[in-house]
Design a protein around this ligand. Structure first.
Ligand code: BGC
Length: 454
C-alpha cells in the first residue's frame, strides 16, 4: 500500500506543474489588455509572450546541475520564491519592459520546475505508481492552464485586469513554498550525498520497514555505475534515444500547440468574435477539453500503448488544422467561421491532449539509462522550451507573412511529418522495463531498430 505521505508529497510538488500551466496560460487573456493599454505592435506582443519562454530555456539549461548540487527540495523552494516574486513584480509593473523582466523571472522558475518537480515526484513514488505520477504532472499543467483561463474570464469584468491576472499566480506559489518547507528531501538524492541515515528516516515514511535496506542497496548500486558525463550522453549508442527525445520535443511544439494555448483568444478575435470576454470564454472551454482529454490519455496510455495514441492524435491535429486553415482561406465565411474555428480548435486540443501532450514527457522519462537520465532529460526539456519559444515568437509574424490560413496549414504539414517520425523512430515503451530499453540501446542496433522496439 502506498503511504499517505507519498500522495501528499506528490500533490505538493505537482503544484509546480500547476504554476507551469497557470503562468504560461495566463498570458493569453492578459495580452489582449496589455496590447490595448500600451498600443503594442505584433513584434512587441510576441516579446511579452516569449519572455517567459526565454526564461524557461535558461532555467531548464541549469536545472539538472542545480537539482544535483543543492537537492530537489532547496531548488523547489527557491523556485517557489521566484514564482511569487515574479508574479508580484509583473502585477505591479509600470512599463512594458518591466513586465518583460518579471515574466522572464517567472520563466526561469518554470524552466527549473518543469524538470525538478517530476524528478522529485518520481524519486519519492514507489515503482508501480511512477508512470501515473509522471502523467499526473501533465494533468496539473493542463489544470493550471484552465484555472488561468477562468481567472482571465472572471477578471475581464473588472479594472486593471492584466495586473490581477499576473498577481494571482503568487497564491499557488506561496502554497508551494509552505508545502516544500514542510516536506522532506528526496531519499535518493540524500543517499547520493552519503546522507544515508537521513534517507533511512524518510524511507520509513514511504515504504514498509522490510523493504528499506533493499532500497538503499539498490540505489547505492545504481550510483556505483559511474554517474554519466556529457560525453556519455553523446556516446554513439545513446544517439537514438537523444535523437528521439529532442525531435519529439520539436514535434510537440512545432505542431503549434502553444499558438492555441497562448493565442486562442487572439485566434477567436481573428475569426470575428467582437468582445475580449466572449473570446476568453471560448478559450476556457478549450482549456477544459485539454484537462478532460488528458485524463482519457492517462487511462489509455498503458492499455493502447504510446504509438497508437500518437498516430490518432497527430491525425486529428492534421485534420483540425487543415479545416481551420480552410475556414480562414475561403472568403465570405464570416458567420460560419466563428463556429468552425471554435470546433476546430477544440478538436485540435483534444487530439493533442491524448497524444503529444502527455506522451512527450512520459517518453523522455522512460528512454534514458539511469546514470545519464538527469542530463539527457534536461537536454530534452531544454529543447522543448527552445522550440516552444521559437514557435510562440514567430506565430503572429507567420500569420502576417503566410496569411492566417497559410500559418495553420504550415503546422498541419509539420503534423504529417510527425506521424512519419513516430512511425519510424519512436519506440513503443508500453509494458517494457526500463532495463530492457537500456539493454537494447547498449546493443547499439541503431535508430531504425530503436523505432521498431516494442
Ligand atoms: C507542453 C506545453 C503545453 C501544454 C498544453 C505540455 O505538454 O509542453 O508546451 O502548453 O502541454 O497542455
Amino acid at each position: 500500500m502506498t503511504k499517505f505521505f507519498v500522495y501528499i508529497t506528490a500533490a505538493i510538488a505537482a503544484l509546480a506543474g500547476l504554476l507551469f500551466g497557470y503562468d504560461t496560460g495566463v498570458i493569453s487573456g492578459a495580452i489582449l489588455f496589455i496590447k490595448d493599454q500600451f498600443q503594442l505592435s505584433s513584434r512587441i506582443v510576441e516579446n511579452v509572450v516569449s519572455a517567459v519562454l526565454f526564461g524557461a530555456v535558461i532555467g531548464a539549461a541549469f536545472s539538472g546541475a542545480l537539482a544535483d548540487r543543492f537537492g530537489r527540495k532547496k531548488v523547489l523552494i527557491v523556485t517557489a520564491l521566484l514564482f511569487s516574486a515574479g508574479s508580484t513584480g509583473a502585477a505591479l509593473a509600470a512599463s512594458v519592459p518591466a513586465i518583460i523582466v518579471f515574466r522572464f523571472i517567472i520563466g526561469i522558475a518554470i524552466g527549473v520546475a518543469s524538470y525538478t518537480a517530476p524528478l522529485f515526484i518520481s524519486e519519492i513514488a514507489p515503482p508501480d505508481k511512477r508512470g501515473g505520477l509522471v502523467s499526473l504532472n501533465q494533468l496539473m499543467i493542463t489544470c493550471g492552464i484552465v484555472v488561468s483561463y477562468l481567472v482571465d474570464y472572471i477578471l475581464t469584468m473588472g479594472q486593471n485586469e492584466w495586473r490581477w491576472m499576473f498577481g494571482l499566480g503568487a497564491l499557488p506559489a506561496l502554497i508551494l513554498l509552505c508545502g516544500m518547507l514542510a516536506l522532506s528531501e528526496s531519499p535518493m538524492w540524500l543517499i547520493s550525498k552519503r546522507r544515508v541515515e537521513e534517507a533511512r528516516l524518510i524511507l520509513k515514511k514511504i515504504m514498509p520497514e522490510q523493504k528499506i535496506e533493499d532500497e538503499i542497496k539498490s540505489v547505492k548500486a545504481s550510483l556505483s555505475v559511474k554517474a554519466g558525463t556529457w560525453k556519455d550522453v553523446m556516446a554513439p549508442w545513446m544517439r537514438p534515444a537523444i535523437f528521439v527525445g529532442v525531435v519529439l520535443a520539436f514535434f510537440q511544439q512545432a505542431t503549434g500547440i502553444n499558438t492555441i494555448i497562448y493565442y486562442a483568444p487572439t485566434i477567436f478575435e481573428f475569426a470575428g468574435f467582437a468582445s475580449h470576454k466572449v473570446s476568453i470564454l471560448a478559450t476556457t472551454g478549450v482549456g477544459l477539453v485539454n484537462v478532460l482529454m488528458t485524463i482519457v490519455a492517462i487511462w489509455f496510455i498503458d492499455r493502447l500503448g504510446r504509438k497508437p495514441l500518437l498516430y490518432i492524435g497527430l491525425a486529428g491535429m492534421t485534420l483540425s488544422l487543415s479545416i481551420l486553415g480552410l475556414a480562414f482561406y475561403l472568403p465570405g465565411m464570416m458567420e460560419s467561421l466563428k463556429i468552425i474555428t471554435v470546433l476546430s480548435v477544440i478538436f485540435y486540443i483534444a487530439s493533442f491532449a491524448i497524444s503529444l501532450g502527455p506522451i512527450f514527457w512520459l517518453i523522455i522519462a522512460e528512454i534514458y539509462p539511469l546514470n545519464v537520465r538527469g542530463r539527457a532529460m534536461s537536454l530534452a526539456t531544454l529543447s522543448n522550451w527552445a522550440f516552444n519559444m521559437a514557435v510562440a515568437s514567430t506565430f503572429l509574424t507567420l500569420t502576417e507573412k503566410l496569411g492566417k490560413a497559410g500559418a495553420f496549414w504550415f503546422y498541419a504539414v509539420v503534423c504529417i511529418a510527425g506521424i512519419a517520425f513516430c512511425r519510424l523512430y519512436v519506440p513503443e515503451t508500453k509494458g517494457l522495463t526500463l532495463e530492457k530499453i537500456e539493454d537494447f540501446l547498449k546493443k547499439s542496433k541503431g535508430l531504425k531498430a530503436f523505432g521498431a522496439l516494442k
